[in-house]
Ligand binder design. Structure first.
Ligand code: PDD
Length: 285
């Protein structure tokens, strides 16, 4: 079956879908994005991603290309045309097409909207989660507005590539105070030596992960202790368990940090339990 992308009002064959060379996303990284996990054709954590999208657009003063109700119809149409059952839905909005100039273009320049979808394999994801991933750590080198989900991802890309070269699945950024902020495309968590779940506070310079928020609700229901007290790399290496959260990773166990193996080298009970509970919450049958 051929894939279909939505580009500025038209559904195009994926291989021929293009944007203009003077799209400000292409020239400046001047835009925002969102990624939804799709389970059984439904958007996981749907509202959280819409709320964050509106906020990202507002922070960058980009006018939404259409109202939320219309956008939802287009997103579902992209899923339908691609026959996505389980997958990932990607949306990108840029400040539009204009002659290259750093300042904003004239205010009636329409924003550019691109939506793509791809299928994922639930069984393969479960197998990956049964093995977990390795992470490396790198100095934080991003700008001060990581709360905005901008398409400007160069530090994240370089970090992720460094992780791949090292045989790892994620890179954690470590700030000037020695605290782990988050991953290149996920939030970072540990289960510390006291059994308390810890993750960096959303008051810090991180993305407010939607998966993280949903998991906070799951944790509140589970009776586990959780704290937004940040942790160091040493804390993480000494932790009982570690994991990452995100629309792509969902809840993914971390088995080693900079080559240091955690616990017995197998996903821990807390992480595995939270992954199952998250999936029940985000993708109810
Ligand atoms: N990334 N932190 C960063 C830097 C991220 O890029 C992401 C998500 C997250 C987790 O956010 P959420 O739970 O809302 O997906 C945290 C997406 C999946 C991506 O870039 O593909």
């Amino acid at each position: 079956m051929s894939r279909v992308a939505y580009v500025n009002g038209a559904y195009e064959p994926h291989g021929r879908a293009v944007v203009h060379i003077e799209d400000r996303g292409y020239q400046f990284g001047d835009g925002v994005y969102e990624v939804w996990a799709v389970f059984d054709g439904k958007l996981a954590d749907s509202e959280g991603h819409f709320t964050r999208l509106q906020r990202s657009l507002g922070e960058l003063q980009i006018v939404p290309p259409m109202g939320e109700a219309a956008l939802k119809i287009v997103l579902h149409e992209v899923l339908r045309r691609n026959r996505i059952h389980d997958g990932l839905l990607y949306l990108q909005i840029t400040r539009g097409v204009a002659r290259r100039d750093h300042v904003f273009p004239v205010s009636d320049t329409p924003p550019a909207l691109v939506i793509t979808a791809r299928a994922t394999d639930r069984a393969a994801a479960a197998l990956k989660a049964a093995k977990g991933i390795a992470v490396i750590t790198l100095p934080e080198n991003r700008w001060g507005r990581c709360d905005i989900k901008t398409i400007n991802l160069l530090p994240n890309i370089l970090a992720k590539q460094a992780a791949k070269v090292d045989g790892a699945g994620e890179a954690w950024f470590v700030d000037a105070d020695g605290m782990v902020t988050e991953g290149a495309s996920s939030n970072a968590w540990i289960v510390d030596r006291n059994g308390t779940l810890r993750t960096q506070s959303t008051r810090a310079n991180i993305l407010r992960g939607v998966t993280r928020s949903t998991l906070m609700r799951v944790i509140a229901d589970s009776g586990l202790e959780v704290s937004e007290q940040p942790f160091t790399v040493e804390d993480a290496k000494a932790a009982r368990e570690a994991f990452i959260t995100g629309a792509g990773a969902l809840v993914m166990p971390v088995m080693s940090i900079d080559g240091h193996i955690l616990g017995n080298g197998h996903p821990g009970a807390v992480t595995s339990g939270l992954r199952a509970a998250y999936l029940r919450e985000a993708a109810p049958d």
